[in-house]
Write a protein that binds this ligand. Sequence first.
Ligand code: OOG
Ligand code: MG
Length: 257
Amino acid sequence: MIGPDTAGIAERLGVAADTATAIAQLAAETGLDVDAAYAVQTALIQRRLDRGERLIGLKMGLTSKAKMAQVGVDEVIWGRLTDTMRIPDGGTLDPTAFIHPRVEPEVAFLLDRLPEPGEPVGDFTDAVRAVAPAIEVIDSRYANFTFSLPDVIADNTSAAAFTIGPWSPVPDGLNNLGVLLEIDGRVAQVGSTAAILGDPRRALDEGIRLAGRHGVRLREGWVFLAGAATAAVPLKPGAHVRAVVDHLGTTSLRASA
Ligand code: OOG
Ligand code: MG
């Protein structure tokens, strides 16, 4: 039997992102399962690396119930971050470069030395140098922001852009910090880091395990986004977005009008 056309599917998703044009879901029609979908994601990222982008980290998706419920997919997933996705803290992005962007509040880790494959993660503070509040901009390439599990994996877990606030040393507890998402000074979402797998530190264990299954090792110096603590909110032209995580501080971005 001939497998799915990995390169062709990656090209369709890549063009959809490059031209900010939604496409129909494709996993069912092309017979993509989860493993084949990660192969498409690899090809989609390779397309970015081929034009000079650099891999700078990994992101987790659907690590909170709020997110699973919002998109109707209930498996933890992971995707890749490249340098062009990073927006300076307080920076501006052009929302018309995206299809239907949404913003969500996250916690970021700056990775330190990670264990060899097969070695236990050990002490979190050995693996993580610093933590920070983050905003992720997600932009599904599928019409109506609707997808199956393999569809969203192939689409690099809707990754589009992100900001990271000031790095702090790892605090004693990360498992119950208040999280706020504000749009134009109004609270849009309220949550807690407890929503992220009970403790965002678990997201790192999951990331190492799940990416490891596909031969991807996390690297020292990489950024790691643990996944959103709340549902995502549409990013409108002209909006000013701020994420606040107790004890860690804030990060913000603006959408040009
Ligand atoms: C999938 C990506 C999920 C998160 O933080 O849960 C994600 C999506 O919601 O489109 O990034
Ligand atoms: Mg996210």
